[in-house]
Design a protein around this ligand. Structure first.
Ligand code: GAP
Length: 452
């Protein structure tokens, strides 16, 4: 295993090498790779392959289960990616959503002004090796597109920079149709786009990414209570994914780093191989969004309390998770290189069993046993994510499954037909147990539902 570093230490070479191993594993095993690879790639865009899409879907399904389905005070939404362009004027993104940008006059490198420490020497100025930076200027991060056949300013639209704005636009419609009263929330999972100046650290900072956002509407007197509630809920979510105290922390924002819409904010941070970084933001957005959209659209988005007759604009507590960052955190948390008692090493992804892309691998000990093994795989497939593999020696097949985080392997051997039993092998302990084929579904269901 790579040497562990103290939680606050700057990331060392061992940590960064570990990230390289994860990136290479992801590409090799069809989890994540760079988009448009055959054209040399496109910076800041990623494709999730057969195993990656399963992992990501499982994570999104878990979020939806916890945040929407298990609650009677949260409704779901799936809005369009492109909203009326006025949306982004009202939200403040056209005016404020920018990063400071500098260019090197010598080598033409373009970087975020707050990341100059990470830039190496200037290749065009070997005498001094120092860059010749321009003064910083603001660079708006919104990606633009054109709608319709005209290419003029009036047809310019934006790919959304956060999923939540449509939640505010649809607030009245959802509240009335779902007959919800304050406090209640609206949740959405979907793609967001930011023209990041320097995409980096694998999927961590991308130009296209997915967010899972909840906007929870509360009475002004209850903002602090609900902020604390949602911060605790979201921390519990990540702890249940197996992120422990060494890897997870909360960092409240200083007043000078608050986003233009936020009155208070805390980042939930994960310790990646490249250091502590945000995976989710919990924000008190106040009445900024509903008030601004009321002003810009001319539609009143305040509400009247039926009992007290008080008229007010609800305050918003937001939880904004990055799905790609959480997937990356899951992979970093799960990845280990282990030395085995027989002197060999194995790579293993100790993913939570319920999120693993493959839940059960069915492996006949020999090709001659393919027929009953294929039949068993077909039965298991109705309940679980199953992979069938008959090629190579059994040890190598186990390793291949360990490497992608498959929690259980089921092996059919030459005794199986006679005694009605198969071998169930567990990924983390590598313990093997003979179980009856009849009880196999129940045994797996127990472990996969209960398993983290
Ligand atoms: N609606 C509030 C909002 O968008 P944010 O802190 O800008 O807040 C929320 O973003 C989350 O979205 C972040 O915690 C992160 O997980 C994810 N995120 C933001 N920018 C990202 C990027 N360029 N690449 C990947 N994920 C990103």
């Amino acid at each position: 295993m790579a040497a562990e570093e103290s939680p606050d230490a700057a990331p060392g070479a061992a940590s960064l090498a570990r990230l390289d191993e994860i990136v290479s594993l992801c590409a090799r095993r069809g989890i994540i790779w760079q988009s448009s690879e055959i054209y040399g790639g496109i910076n800041g865009f990623w494709d999730y392959g057969p195993l990656g899409v399963e992992l990501k879907n499982n994570l999104k399904a878990l979020w939806w289960q916890r945040v929407v389905r298990e609650r009677d005070d949260v409704e779901g939404l799936d809005s369009s990616i492109i909203a009326h362009p006025r949306t982004w004027e009202a939200s403040g993104h056209v005016e404020h959503f920018s990063d400071p940008l500098v260019d090197c006059r010598a080598c033409k490198k373009r970087v975020r002004a707050d990341q100059l420490d990470d830039v190496g020497p200037c290749p065009a100025r070997q005498g001094t090796s120092e860059h010749d930076w321009t003064p910083a200027r603001n660079f708006n991060l919104m990606l633009r597109t054109q709608i319709g056949a005209q290419e003029d300013a009036a047809s310019t639209a934006f790919l959304r920079a956060e999923t939540c704005q449509s939640i505010f636009l649809d607030f009245k419609r959802v509240r009335e149709s779902a007959r919800q009263k304050i406090p209640f929330g609206i949740a959405q999972i979907g793609k967001s786009f930011r023209n990041e100046i320097n995409p980096r650290n694998f999927t961590f900072r991308s130009r296209e990414f997915e967010q899972a956002e909840l906007e929870f509407f509360v009475h002004p007197s209850e903002r602090e209570k609900w902020f604390a509630h949602w911060l605790a809920e979201r921390l519990a979510f990540y702890r249940a994914l197996g992120f422990d105290g060494e890897r997870l922390r909360v960092r409240p924002h200083r007043p000078d780093e608050l986003a233009h819409y936020a009155r208070a904010a805390s980042d939930i941070e994960f310790r990646f191989p490249f250091g502590w970084q945000e995976i989710e933001g919990v924000h008190d957005r106040g009445d900024w969004d509903l008030r601004r959209h009321s002003e810009f659209s001319g539609k009143d988005l305040s509400i009247t309390d039926e009992e007290t007759k008080e008229r007010y604009t609800p305050m918003v507590i937001e939880t904004s998770a990055g799905v790609d960052r959480s997937c990356l955190a899951l992979l970093c948390n799960a990845y280990a290189e282990e030395r085995l008692p027989d002197g060999e090493t194995r790579s293993v992804l100790r993913l939570p069993a319920s999120l693993a892309p493959i839940q059960v691998a069915v492996l006949p000990l020999a090709k001659k046993l393919a027929e009953p093994a294929i039949a068993l795989a077909a039965v298991l497939r109705r309940r679980f994510a199953v992979f069938y593999d008959e090629s190579g020696n059994i040890g190598r097949r186990y390793r291949r499954q360990d490497e992608v985080g498959t929690p259980f392997c089921v092996t059919i051997d030459f005794e199986s037909a006679a005694d009605g039993k198969v071998t169930l092998r567990e990924r983390d302990s590598m313990a093997q147990q003979r179980v009856s084929t009849d009880g196999l579904i129940a045994a797996l269901a127990d472990r996969l539902v209960e398993g983290r």
